[in-house]
Design a protein around this ligand. Structure first.
Ligand code: CS2
Ligand code: MN
Length: 353
């Protein structure tokens, strides 16, 4: 396992590479070209500059999160081949730069979905939370403004205002898309990109849907053991794998995450480890990483990862905002640094057991 932290780039992040470098055990960052829209080709020069900047700070660029997938690909629209070509060009350039892993998701319209971005916890920290009853009563059109209102002016990954401005058209695109069609379109995409991944040794790591169920009637397929195994079976190629995000899969209490990890041996290419606290049915908040603070057994999760020989990048996922820190919601320095240290500590202990 390589411990990393997510970094959004100098222009967007409140956390610097120098800060990340000082978190014990962290050797790399996971980053992206944050301004890119799904479907846009990444320029060689931009990739090189990002890599050099990270390396100049004494860190490794351990992977990209995310290279987002255009909705034409997810819906199988006529323009998909053109967008797949663009995706392959970007992967080729990332491969030439030696990037070993690319994270992406296959969620229709909305990426991660929360109803509150700064819910106050008893200890005075704030965190991201989700309440299904809020989602059930609002119009999807209001979702973007709900998020925007709470974003404190920061750009939220996966919530590109340019894309979501055309929400009506987006929903129209998905009108006839059910789970089966999504699987078929996914297979078409993954088969098309595997040769370039093989050529450059790029592990592709699909991120689970968050929360792990359908929202606003849109199909979601990356959400439990059965579906993850079906996704893996779309291609025998070992470069086709998953981002094991415990916080996303853990939104559904029926998901046995250690069992899921064991069933995906060899195909877990990236891990996001964090905890969630279930407060009532359909409601949860993001707790501190410690097992004792949430509903997940983080030790059992780390043990399962250790047992399957996981050797890819890991990162603490969203953290709470603590000690008065103002940051991109979920992406402050302090709580993620505590999370990274806790996870590194568990890993060392498991190794010595
Ligand atoms: C998620 C996603 O892990 C996360 O922070 O909230 O935004 C994730 O980065 C994407 O779904 C991956 O494409
Ligand atoms: Mn995640």
């Amino acid at each position: 396992m390589k411990m990393t932290m997510r970094w959004f780039g100098k222009a967007y992040d409140t956390v610097s590479l120098q800060h990340i470098r000082q978190v014990p055990g962290v050797t790399g960052v996971i980053s992206t070209l944050y301004g890119k829209l799904p479907g846009q080709v990444w320029e060689k020069e931009e990739i090189r500059a990002l890599k050099e900047e990270v390396e100049a700070a004494g860190l490794e660029l351990s992977g990209i999160e995310s290279v987002n997938i255009h909705d034409a690909i997810k819906t199988g629209a006529p323009a998909r081949d053109e967008y797949i070509e663009n995706y392959i060009t970007t992967l080729t350039r990332l491969g030439e730069a030696g990037i070993p892993m690319v994270c992406y998701n296959f969620m229709p319209v909305f990426d991660w979905t929360r109803t509150e971005l700064a819910k106050m916890r008893p200890d005075g920290s704030t965190t991201l939370s989700y309440d299904q009853s809020v989602i059930d009563t609002i119009n999807p059109n209001d979702m973007t403004s709900l998020m925007e209102r709470q974003s404190k002016g920061f750009v939220l990954a996966g919530w590109e205002p340019e894309r979501l401005a055309k929400l009506k058209d987006l929903f129209a695109l998905y009108k006839d898309i059910d789970e089966e069609k999504l699987f078929a379109n996914y297979k078409y995409f993954i088969e098309a990109i595997m040769p370039v991944c093989e050529r450059y040794n790029i592990n592709m790591a699909v991120h689970p849907d968050d929360p792990a169920w359908s929202v606003f009637g849109l199909p979601r397929i990356v959400r439990d053991q059965e579906k993850l195994l079906r996704i893996i079976s779309l291609s025998d190629n070992k470069y086709h794998g998953v981002t094991l995000c415990t916080g996303s899969l853990g939104t559904n209490q029926a998901n046995d995450i250690p069992a899921i990890i064991r069933s995906l041996k060899g195909r877990v290419h990236f891990t996001h480890v964090r905890n969630v606290l279930h407060t009532s049915p359909g409601c949860f908040e993001e707790s501190a990483h410690f097992s004792s603070d949430g509903s997940l057994d983080i030790f059992a999760i780390m043990k399962a990862l250790y047992d399957i020989g996981f050797d890819g990048p890991m990162r603490p996922d969203h953290g709470r905002n603590i000690w008065g820190e103002v940051s991109i919601p979920g992406y402050g320095l302090y709580d993620r640094a505590l999370g990274a240290s806790y996870l590194s500590g568990l890993w060392e202990a498991i190794g010595k057991m």
